[in-house]
Design a protein around this ligand. Sequence first.
Ligand code: SAM
Length: 437
Amino acid sequence: MKSLEAILNISRAERSDLQTILKLQYTAYLSEAAIYNDYALPPLVQPLEEVEQEYEKGIFLIATDKNDIIVGAVRAFPDGDTTRINKIIVRPDKQGQGIGTKLLLAIESECPSTRYELFTGHKSVRNIKLYERLGYARFKEEKVSDERTLVYMEKRVGTANREENLMATEKNIYRHAAKVYDIIYGIEQPMPDIPFYREYAKQQCGENGERGEYLELGCGTGRVALPLAREGFRVTGLDLSQQMLDIFKENLVKEEIAQPGISERVKVIHGNMADFSIGRKFALITAPFRAFQAVTAQKDIENVFACVREHLTDNGIFIVNVFNPYANPLDESWCREEVYIGEVTDEATGIRVAKYECREKIDPVNQVIYPYLAYGVTYPDGRTERLVEPLQMKYYYSSQLRAEVEKAGLVVAEEFSWYDKSPPGGKEIILLCRRKK
Ligand SMILES: C[S@@+](CC[C@H](N)C(=O)[O-])C[C@H]1O[C@@H](n2cnc3c(N)ncnc32)[C@H](O)[C@@H]1O
């Protein structure tokens, strides 16, 4: 049997191929139409003029067989850093032979980008599986009819920039759901940790921040950092998610209106907690709300502690918080289908957010869990949107986290299990660490 390479050629389409591509599109989408019982799907009714307009704006590739017959096609539209890939079609009798994969890889290399985006119908399981295999992850869903929801998927690829590289591989950086983070965690579950961090900020940085500075790793939207800045502390927030930092900055603008001058005390850094160098020392460093668990590779974990040590003043404190698996032993039974957690309405904007959680996968050997959070957002004008945030979290037993701390030349001064300073053994592990003298 000849290899696929030998019998398949992938090349740029000519304008004169468009009619054939469109016919192929009509045939290829019949199986999709059957899945949704909808024979008016947009690809099935797309007119030739529209395809011609797309041809002007985008890049069309075709797959031809040994007789020069077009058996597959794909189109893509580069837009800034993102390339939007559209309509990967394969002649029905040629499906399942890897032609779709070849087309997708070919269009990616034809359009060098740092991000690729595509979508498919929610019941098109084969497509979703194929895209996942090729490095795509879901990031958004859009309901287009009662029967059909579009699943949007993206793939981020390496650039020369290390942070961007990490972004491509590390999942837990809160990108897609940044815009609902404050609604959910500000209202639904206001964390009782702010007074706790405020107490240590006072102890370490002085009553009004006159003795030292505060650094927050994984600061997100400023849920903890901004209330501390409001009280006079000099705050630096570092986060790997540009989307979370954009919200942080929007929040800071509002704070500045309420309290002019506050922004002079606040610095925001787009960076990785496993690889940062700020050039100043801090009297208090924290990683609230389990942010540290987003770092899952052993070398990165060690680098977090090394960076922290480097940035702590001699009497500085690092407070690290993770959840305690002791309360809920983690094995395969941890996994579960998506469940509804609850919902909340933001009074100020009228936006309603329902939260769901799916416990997709667990790796008990490396102690990493892979949940995803999904948010169903309903806007006051009735528009709806589903945002999906795939996460990964390394989990630790107290003795393991302590061992990491000590390996890094730090010592554990105290351990709590809640923000009221409850003794160890409860829901959370909260370690107060100092430099070894
Ligand atoms: C659960 S949120 C906590 C945000 C904030 N500290 C709070 O308490 O609301 C975790 C944050 O850590 C950030 N994060 C994840 N990995 C990171 C990394 N390697 N470096 C910096 N930030 C990271 C995420 O983008 C996210 O904003």
